[in-house]
Design a protein around this ligand. Structure first.
Ligand SMILES: NC(=O)c1ccc[n+]([C@@H]2O[C@H](COP(=O)([O-])OP(=O)(O)OC[C@H]3O[C@@H](n4cnc5c(N)ncnc54)[C@H](O)[C@@H]3O)[C@@H](O)[C@H]2O)c1
Length: 249
């Protein structure tokens, strides 16, 4: 196996399960020291314990700038600095209906803080270390929901995250920090099973050019590519990894 991340330190938010866990495991397998920045203590600690050496769980709420800064400090103390960040955490599996005209305002504030500002807080927290190390790379976890106008505030938050991605790419490019995003289509995780009732799965799959649901592993290759030096001249790009859900020209 290629070892593109030997001697690198990668933070993956929301890596206690689902797609984020797949990223953490793949980065670890390619030689990185990995920080599992997760709100769910039990899940995050279990993934870190299972990975063993070069893995650290840090209890983190990405919706709180202080918590993100404490996470970045813990990562730097444990591994000497930070080279890569995947902003994967989001309120998704436990998401309440977030219709724009129906959602509870205080819930919307928390939702947008975690799902949009969370990526900015974590980025802000890791940038000083990346700068010190001469650069770094970041991938934000968007969704095809950003382009579908179907899912209320969830889609609004992912569209905002796309905008955050291109703005950060401009802001940080001069410091040799690249910022890209991937936009997954429907991906088989416990969270997705909870959000999309089983009776809609067939319809969803029939709408995909490749006629199958994605798996967390389908996203690993694209995200590790964007993080790696292979993508050294890519920044501000939103990469659809969606089985052909959204045809674009
Ligand atoms: N599964 C899909 O079909 C799909 C499709 C497109 C995009 N996505 C996105 O991919 C990501 C992962 O999705 P998943 O299916 O693995 O869902 P998931 O709900 O299992 O993953 C989200 C993770 O983030 C953690 N989290 C929630 N709030 C947090 C906070 N404030 N601070 C830190 N961690 C927090 C959760 O505990 C969980 O481990 C999410 O950003 C989701 O929006 C998923």
């Amino acid at each position: 196996m290629t070892q593109r991340f030997t001697d690198r330190v990668a933070v993956v938010t929301g890596a206690g399960g689902g797609i984020g866990e797949a990223y953490a495991r793949a980065l670890h397998a390619e030689g990185a020291s990995v920080v599992i920045a997760e709100l769910n203590k039990e899940a995050g600690a279990a993934v870190a314990a299972d990975l063993g050496e070069r893995a650290l769980f840090v209890h983190t709420d990405v919706g709180d700038l202080g918590s993100c800064k404490a996470m970045a400090d813990a990562a730097t103390e444990a591994f000497g600095g930070i080279d890569h960040l995947v902003n994967n955490a989001a309120i998704f599996g436990d998401m309440e209906g977030v219709g724009i005209t129906t959602a509870d305002p205080s819930y919307v504030e928390t939702f947008m803080r975690v799902n949009v500002l969370g990526a900015t807080y974590c980025t802000r927290a890791v940038v000083p270390s990346m700068r010190e190390r001469g650069g770094g790379s970041i991938v934000n976890q968007s969704s095809t929901a950003a382009w579908m106008s179907l899912s209320g505030f969830y889609g609004v938050a992912k569209a905002a995250l796309n905008s955050v991605t291109v703005c950060l790419a401009q802001e940080l490019g001069g410091q040799h920090i690249r910022v890209n995003a991937i936009a997954p289509g429907p991906t088989d995780t416990p969270a997705m099973q909870k959000q999309v009732p089983a009776e809609f799965h067939d319809m969803l799959v029939q709408g995909l050019a490749l006629k199958r649901m994605g798996t967390p592993d389908d996203h690993v290759g694209p995200v590790l590519f964007l993080l790696s030096d292979e993508a050294a001249w890519m920044t501000g790009h939103i990469l659809a990894v969606d089985g052909g859900q959204i045809p674009r020209i």
